[in-house]
Design a protein around this ligand. Structure first.
Ligand SMILES: Nc1ncnc2c1ncn2[C@@H]1O[C@H](COP(=O)(O)OP(=O)(O)O)[C@@H](O)[C@H]1O
Ligand SMILES: [Mg+2]
Length: 240
């Protein structure tokens, strides 16, 4: 069940099956550090903290801006309504995708703090257990044709749910030890009508392979993209 705690300056929405009585503290990494429940971290735009909750592990992320503008106003966003804030939108989008059967983290809780005309935001989502992102994997080994097709299929499932992933890069695709593909990081992503944007997601992914390849050795070659496209074009439910 999704529950809501609302005051004049703060909103928390949460899944009561995963969290019993959340306080604002649960979005504070120091709180979890003091309880010795931080199990690890990952570096993206900022730091994502992995936290041991009662039933599951979660990933805690504070929303930060990238780029030059981000250096000036690091984590403040223009407030234009509780439901239009980033963490709340990502929370609902993850729900929508989970319901559609796409492999994405289950949303645990989202918080928005209103500060005058700005807000700050945080998200707790389920940590995908025993998973590594594509960059990390491809630095060590190559992927099978089947795995590339599975990646294509997961993207197709996301597109069948009409979700435009505006930052589909190889840091945001994970593979776990059961060889399941997971898509993460839906900040600024949204439900989009039509199909015109779908090839742009795939083009973004292609650029991401190329960009990482220019930076370091990756066990990846251009034709691997065709395998992703293959999986993407298979009819869903074909048991690939
Ligand atoms: N739910 C999750 N399960 C496992 N790892 C995660 C999860 N969310 C994030 N990560 C790790 O943290 C990194 C950064 O998180 P991400 O949500 O992509 O934020 P950003 O790219 O904006 O910093 C990811 O590349 C991934 O390695
Ligand atoms: Mg990311």
């Amino acid at each position: 069940m999704i529950e809501k705690l609302q005051s004049s300056h703060e909103l928390i929405i949460y899944d009561s099956e995963l969290l019993a009585n959340p306080s604002a503290e649960i979005f504070n990494p120091q709180y979890w550090q003091a309880q010795q429940q931080v199990t690890g971290s990952a570096q993206g735009r900022g730091t994502t903290w992995f936290i041991q909750l009662e039933k599951i592990q979660a990933a805690l992320r504070h929303y930060r801006r990238g780029g030059l503008f981000g250096k000036l106003v690091k984590d403040h966003y223009w407030f234009s309504g509780w439901d239009k804030s980033r963490s709340v939108e990502e929370f609902h989008l993850l729900h929508h995708l989970k319901d559609a059967g796409v492999h994405v983290p289950r949303p645990v809780a989202a918080r928005v703090i209103k500060k005058g005309i700005f807000y700050q935001a945080d998200l707790l989502s389920e940590r995908i257990p025993n998973a590594q992102d594509l960059v990390g994997i491809l630095k060590q080994k190559s992927l099978s044709s089947d795995m590339y097709r599975k990646i294509g299929r997961e993207i197709a499932k996301m597109h069948a749910a009409s979700v435009n992933h505006t930052d589909l890069n190889i840091h945001n695709i994970l593979i776990d030890d059961q060889e399941q593909v997971w898509i993460i990081d839906f900040d600024k992503c949204f439900v989009d009508d039509g199909d015109g944007w779908k090839p742009d997601n795939l083009a973004r992914l292609k650029r991401s392979f190329e960009k990482e390849l220019a930076k370091c050795h990756l066990n990846w070659k251009e034709p691997d993209l065709n395998l992703i496209r293959d999986g993407y074009s298979q009819p869903l439910g074909s048991g690939l």
